[in-house]
Design a protein. Structure first.
Length: 60
């Protein structure tokens, strides 16, 4: 059973070879954006902090 567990670990995805993607230079071009939709999910999140201030400014 001990050998079986070791063989199972060796065939796990943890120990598979991976191809590293270059960050700079040839082969580093990525067609897809890195952070897709990060800033467009909630476009008004910055305005909520100042909303009460702006409403109070115009009402007074």
């Amino acid at each position: 059973m001990r050998d079986n567990a070791i063989m199972a670990l060796l065939h796990d995805k943890l120990f598979h070879q991976r191809i590293e993607k270059k960050r700079k230079g040839k082969g580093s071009y990525q067609r897809k954006e890195k952070h897709v939709g990060k800033f467009f999910e909630k476009p008004d999140y910055k305005f909520f902090d100042f909303r009460n201030f702006i409403i109070g400014f115009f009402l007074s």
